[in-house]
Ligand binder design. Structure first.
Ligand code: HEM
Length: 411
């Protein structure tokens, strides 16, 4: 019975609406099947495990990787060394601190804020480029190119190379999908090749930036010598790859899920059109209601941990279902209602604890700008398909296309 729920969640047939399944899943807050992962689905349990130092993000601590559907992905890390997403303290903290120096407070408090104008120009340019208002694919025309362009600019990837990143990032992100499929071996090979190609490309770029630094993050990561010393070339490489992929495959879904939700809630869309500042609470509620990262599958226990009477043994694989915690009625009133006015939106959309999303300020700003500009400029927008076709990925979940139409594009 319980086993069937997990399989159903990963099954593509439920991609458009997994939330009734999460409701079912929460009836067994710590679900464990045969030698599979321990799946945790209630808000406070997830929150506490995300802060628990006995929980590791390092896949090398997994006792029996073969039992975990994501083990092959962890082994793929050999093509690039593990990024700080997959490391524990103290290595994680050192690398995260060093990466933060050119990105956020206290050393670069205005970095994201100062990009406001450039970001707005990029999204406006994409909306200007919509040539047929009768059929717009929001994913291909706005939500995908926008964050891809932004993260490439932040890092300093030359514009002419941006399209190569789409392919690599797509392939690597698809490898994060735990859905069992027959072509696992073939897919692993493709993911491995993509990681290798991305690694080789970035190594060349790092070399160039060391010789001739610019004001981009890659230059700063490659050349900075703060109190933590300097990053090795391999560390710069895996950090840059992490930022690129994390910046590619998540924000696209926040923007697309956002527009889909707004078109299903036209009153909220109307209010946003009148008041762009509403994009701030709307984006927070979206991160709760339709989180782009549905579950965090790469955790391992470093000791036996008891949760609600169940002992999760040392070395077990742990899946934390953020999207389920976000809809937990023991935490949020009327959790299935999209309500940007709820005062309390402490969602799990960016995770929590030491691994909480590094790019959150950038992702928030991108989504706020994209949604407020779309609301302002698209005249009478409407959905052409509901539900739209989804990507295969159950972890990084979002529509593959969002076909919409409108009566025209306002200046
Ligand atoms: C809406 C967009 C985004 C969402 C929903 C999101 C979500 C998340 C989540 C849930 C985690 C925690 C993973 C874990 O606990 O294992 C995370 C970590 C991370 N995210 Fe994001 N992310 C987004 C955008 C971005 C962007 C734009 C960047 C890069 C600029 C980024 C960089 C990172 C990094 C580097 C980590 C690892 C942090 C660590 O291990 O200390 N993310 N993100």
């Amino acid at each position: 019975m319980t086993q069937a729920i997990l399989r159903e969640i990963l099954d593509y047939a439920h991609r458009a609406n997994p939330y009734p399944l999460y409701e079912e899943l929460r009836k067994t807050p710590v679900l464990h099947e045969a030698d599979g992962p321990y799946v945790v689905s209630k808000y406070y349990d997830i929150q506490s495990l995300l802060h628990d130092p006995r929980v590791s993000s390092d896949a090398r601590n997994l006792k029996s990787p073969a039992a975990d559907p994501l083990a092959a992905d962890a082994q793929e890390e050999t093509a690039l060394p593990p990024s700080f997403l997959r490391l524990d303290p103290p290595e994680h903290d050192r690398l995260r601190r060093m990466t933060n120096r050119p990105f956020g407070p206290p050393h670069s408090p205005r970095r994201v804020y100062d990009m406001h104008g450039e970001l707005k120009d990029i999204v406006s340019g994409l909306i200007d480029g919509i040539d047929n208002p009768d059929r717009i694919d929001l994913v291909d025309q706005v939500s995908y190119p926008f964050p891809v362009t932004v993260i490439c600019r932040v890092l300093g990837v030359p514009r002419e190379d941006e399209s190569r990143f789409h392919t690599w990032a797509d392939t690597i992100a698809a490898g994060l999908d735990p859905a069992p499929d027959a072509d696992r071996e073939e897919r692993d090979k493709i993911v491995h090749n993509a990681r290798t190609e991305l690694g080789m490309y970035l190594a060349g770029l790092i070399e160039e930036r060391r010789k001739k630094p610019g004001d981009d993050m890659l230059s700063e990561l490659a050349s900075s010598h703060g109190p933590d010393g300097a990053m090795t070339t391999m560390e710069v490489l895996s950090t840059a790859a992490l930022l690129l992929i994390a910046g590619h495959e998540t924000t696209v879904n926040l923007i697309t899920n956002g527009m889909l939700t707004l078109l299903r809630n036209p009153d909220v869309l109307g209010r946003l059109r009148e008041d762009p500042k509403l994009s701030v609470p709307i984006v927070e509620e979206l991160l709760r209601f339709e989180p782009p990262v549905q579950l965090v599958p790469q955790r391992t226990t470093l000791a036996d941990i008891e949760v609600r009477g169940v002992t999760i043994p040392k070395g077990a694989s742990l899946w934390l279902v953020l999207a389920s915690g976000n809809r937990d009625p023991d935490r949020f009133d009327h959790p299935d209602r999209f309500d940007p006015e709820r005062g309390d939106i402490q969602h799990l959309g960016f995770g929590s604890g030491i691994h909480s999303c590094f790019g959150a300020p950038l992702a928030r700003l991108e989504a706020q700008l994209a949604l407020s500009e779309l609301a302002r400029r698209l005249e009478n927008p409407r959905l052409l398909e509901d539900p739209p076709p989804y990507r295969q990925n159950a972890v990084l979940r979002g529509p593959r296309h969002l076909p919409i139409a409108c009566d025209g594009i306002r200046p």
